[in-house]
Design a protein around this ligand. Sequence first.
Ligand SMILES: Nc1ncnc2c1ncn2[C@@H]1O[C@H](COP(=O)(O)OP(=O)(O)O)[C@@H](O)[C@H]1O
Ligand SMILES: [Mg+2]
Length: 353
Amino acid sequence: GVAQGAYPALDELSPFGEHDGVIAVDLDGRIRYMSGIATNLYRKLGYMGDMIGRTISELETSDAGLVAEALGERRPLEREVTERGRVHIKKVIPFYEWTGPWGALQRWLAPHRMEPRLAGALLLVHDCTEARLKERQLRVKSAMIQEVHHRVKNSLQNIASLLRMQARRSTSDQVRAALEEAVNRILTVAVVHEFLAHQEASVVDMREVAQRIIRQAREVMLAPERPIHLRLEGEAVYLPTQQATSCSLVINELLQNALDHAFDGDRPGTICVRLEDLGDRVSVVVEDDGRGLPEDFQVGRGGSLGLQIVETLVTEDLKGTFELRRRAGGGAIAAATFPKTQVGGEKPWNAGE
Ligand SMILES: Nc1ncnc2c1ncn2[C@@H]1O[C@H](COP(=O)(O)OP(=O)(O)O)[C@@H](O)[C@H]1O
Ligand SMILES: [Mg+2]
């Protein structure tokens, strides 16, 4: 970027790139030297032919003004200017020559009495037109993606409210429960899109998403008088969109189960959701201190949908493992572990470096 402040120190100027042009101008503004790349850059602005010996004010660019300013201030300067559709970063560095009252003979007559005298300026030109264009395209693209996530979130929330209306009208408890579960799952997916709508990256922090799912469960599922404590443990775990969606659904399902099955009536208890980044793997644990699993319990038996969804998401989508077991001291522990994948790929994204 362009150096901060009107007159940066030499070491604050942006670096000189291999595709940058160099022009040297004397105190009269006459061009004394021009590199090949500089010639090409000015050609793009429409200046053909030899420019050595011409004055810089003949060019209808900001150059003369910038050079005059740097010479007047006797300090380097750096500006980004847009001229005839090209974006240039221009740096002007005044230079000096050593002379004395005897001119060319000074070096022999009294070298120790030579003094620096302002002699001209170097104009360094960097063409960043393409880079700026690419930056803008990227910004537009990422804004569009964010907008899409925003719309997906809105649509999912609309679908959820329609289903919720239908649930309220239902006279069958079973139908109502099923519709409410569906509402819950849809809102869980909406949470991920909501996070993606508010940031440019396509990864989300599962900790924040889990926090939100817990809040949603507390608001929707948990009657305020039930003495159940919901806790979230662990640090930030970043996952790409696809994995984040599956992982959120898993957390939601396990949390629902703990709320639905672990505690009778108004028994007090604690449910803990724990996320852990194990380097190349991620671990998700939902633990409760409730009544524990039924005697003859087996995952996937009895045709219940919740744990079947969890099983499928963990083993097929996340390529991981899932287990649900009794917790020492009462209650249940549900644990899923799965490998991290590269954004847009199958490999762990922190492997092979
Ligand atoms: N945390 C838990 N504590 C006690 N029992 C549980 C727990 N989680 C799941 N279960 C048992 O596993 C069964 C299957 O769960 P699930 O597949 O989600 O179906 P559903 O929640 O619709 O009953 C539940 O009916 C319950 O008996
Ligand atoms: Mg369930």
